[in-house]
Write a new protein. Sequence first.
Length: 326
Amino acid sequence: MSRATAADTVPSGSPAALSTPEYIWMNGAVRPWQDANVHVWTEVVLRAASVFEGLRGYWVPEESRHYFVHLDEHVRRLRESARVVRIPGEVTTDELHKALGELITALGYREDVYVRPTLYLEKGRYTSKASAVDTGFFMPVFQSPREPSIDTGVRCQISSWRRSGDQSAPPRVKAAANYYNLRLARLEAEANGFDESVLLNGAGKVAETGGASVFLVRRNTVITPRLSDSILESITRQSAIDLLANDLGMDVEVREVDRTELYLADEVFLTGTLCEITPVVAVDQFGIGDGTTGPVTRRLQQAYYDACRAGANESRGWLTAGPTLG
Ligand code: PMP
């Protein structure tokens, strides 16, 4: 068997552009990327025993620093995910913020970044007894330029795979093992010539994509599935709902969504940390709108970017400043 090369080490699902970073945070220190190793005979390798987060830092050039979006909420979700799958390890916002500051200073990236804090189980098998398990923590930071699909839009296929449910592999938690379900859907979409897949839940209602929440606009109302419809408790989804309702003055309905509502929508868009606000230009064989970014999607994109890039001027409480880079 051949080994992957260093260029392959950036995980898929991370931002598109990508050179391997020089450093990573692992178990209490900034370390050279190639020194961040685990043994093959560990629970994280054998049974994907890990939980993770994906958050963004936006570079504000006037201040020479990044601002992290919803840092507290991401740490809370990491802790909640760990709690459900019983990976012990108390990560606090302060600890994560400090680690992030040290790593970003070492890397010196003066551009937008994407951050992946991950808690994983080394030894422990299926037990959660704190005395019998070893938990590890690592956190890479990647350069993360704007995804081209934010402008061009994506074409989605309704997957023949169903989103796992709360009764099996709960989508509410961001456990690495859940992503096998989403990988199946992504691979199917790719094989069929689509960019992305929309999964239905066990009840046949719209759930989410492999990495984003789904919204549609129909007759001037914005509609998105409920948190109990087999979706991740997405942080960007809530931000989008707040912006749509409060800043854009739209009616927002959070309810079960039928597949055909996507086909008949005036606009469909995806929201997520990585894809931000991404227009959907087709679902299955149905074109959406005129195939370009619709007016509600465009206004939301602007409101979201303004909020994320407000730097020291922000008033929403979304942002946490990173270190000033010299
Ligand atoms: N659903 C899934 C399955 C995801 O992986 C993500 C990305 N974290 C999202 C939705 C969007 O969540 P968030 O807005 O918190 O990034």
